[in-house]
Design a protein. Sequence first.
Length: 271
Amino acid sequence: MKRRVLTATLAILLAVLGTAGVLAYVHKADSRALAGMRPVSVVVAQGQIPAGTSAISAQQQGLLRSEALPASSVPANAVRSLTPDLGPLVMSAQVQSGQVLLRPMLVTAAQATAAGALAIPKGMVAVTIPLCVPEAVAGYVQPGSQVAVFDTYPTRKASLQESCNQSGQSNQAQGPGAAITRILLPRVLVLATGQAAASGTTSTTASGGAFSRNSQTDPAATGSVLVTLAVSQANAERLILVTRAGLPYLGLLTSSSQTGFDTGLQPLFQH
């Protein structure tokens, strides 16, 4: 009799334990399922994004959007939001519409260039201009930077001279007359930077004034750099003209920098 009672008790206990185990498993499974369905915010391509396009530029063009997706379907390296440190990075390859943006897709402009051909944003052309170190913001301009381009030119008969000396300083001398500095391009993307090769003295005359740009024979001693910018065809024409008939100067920008054409003054070029 005692054996039967003990057997029945063990059977009941095992049944209770088994039921509890099943219930615990089901509860954990439900929790995992609910966690997998929990929506998380990710960055998704709104349209096709060409290789070489910076993340901030794609966002400004409406090519990136935030979208809520189930957590179970989101890769671990998905970009959750476009933070300031990600904005200057560029697409390492073309991104298709509807694709979740992954962190490995974003690289520096230098990395994109090293991986192959220069990554030029769609619809743009690459133009390289020579500058002395101060005009290139003392070396702080890097691939992926956003810069404003200024130009100094004479308003009357004047002579302006620029020299990149051994210390990388630029010396300018102004003769009789007047000169003025105006903004040429409010915001453009830097694709690449490098050291200028050796060159001689060049000079040209424009707007009634003479400009000359001098460099020494040794390229390492000139303190001059080459900056490659992504611009439209019209802006490329203006930029090339300025390098031949003016004195260009760069200003380094951040996402909050405010630049624009001077109001109330005649623009450098008619748009």
